[in-house]
Design a protein around this ligand. Sequence first.
Ligand SMILES: C[S@@+](CC[C@H](N)C(=O)[O-])C[C@H]1O[C@@H](n2cnc3c(N)ncnc32)[C@H](O)[C@@H]1O
Length: 337
Amino acid sequence: MSSLNQALRAALDNRHDLLAELHAQGTDCYRLFHGSQEGAGGLTIDRYGPQLLVQSFHQRLERDDLLQLHEAINRHLGLDLLLVYNDRSQGNSRIDREDTVYRAEDAALEDTVGHEWGLKYRVRGRHAGQDPLLFLDLRNARGWVKQHSAGKSVLNLFSYTCGVGLSAAAGGASEVCNLDFAEGNLAVGRENGLLNPELPKMKFVQSDYFAAIRQLAGLPIIQRRHKLPAYPRMDQREYDLVLLDPPAWAKSAFGTVDLLRDYQSLLKPAVLTTAPDGVLICCNNLAKVSMDDWREQVLRCAEKAGRPVRDWQVMSPASDFPSLDQQPPLKTLILQF
Ligand SMILES: C[S@@+](CC[C@H](N)C(=O)[O-])C[C@H]1O[C@@H](n2cnc3c(N)ncnc32)[C@H](O)[C@@H]1O
């Protein structure tokens, strides 16, 4: 047995109880192999409903290895998952769309549906973006939101495909607003809404984060050297539950998202937009930032903004994202004001 096969076998065995739990709760989207921690750095294998998504980030997989692991997983799960292989070992983790190793069948590239916490999500093996449409390490946070949003107004910042918003709607939120500057990501969020027609309708706002959050928080929008692009006008207001899950780095005319050097300028307006007695869930996905340092920064920033945190809780990814040093790259804090 090759070392990759051995590592995969161990990973599948380690997930025995978790998979039973996930299937029972209506989840069929999860990580089956987290290579960096399970013996093959740069390789991830995820199930998204009927699809098996294999991604390589460091080096291309050999075709035989790919087909063997597909077969081993199908045998283990007793399923016939549709294989999609995205080699992302080129610059900036761009997907190599040439398909030189393995050309996916048409059926594997069609739109399908995956499930999480009983909700339906759009699954698409290839699309204009690079990442799969649902980030699986945020599943526990989405579960928490679903459990704690009854009657709450919810603001989902950097919403991507609106998974957190959908969870809030399913949890009985009184209103849900998803905000992102990428129309393509919000469009998938709308599809996710349509896939769950029994849920109340969500709101979608296409806007730069800084432009929107500073208006909501009642802060001035900072004018830099150049004239600012047009942006949607928003009234100052508060939300009961706010989710702040920014990318590691992004620059726009309105400001720079920089999780390493300046989490505060993202956090402060989000704190001010959270209602007294409200909850702010904030994330930092930068591996090199430690939970202890970041938590200290977060608590200090809230204090300085005049909104000290009454209680906080760490939300870790589930065990399909094992972390040998107990320091998962995605760090999530639930702040209670
Ligand atoms: C890490 S993803 C967020 C993941 C998301 N919270 C989820 O639940 O899947 C980052 C998102 O931030 C958006 N984004 C990046 N910079 C932005 C900005 N300045 N204003 C608004 N959205 C931004 C991207 O379009 C992308 O959808």
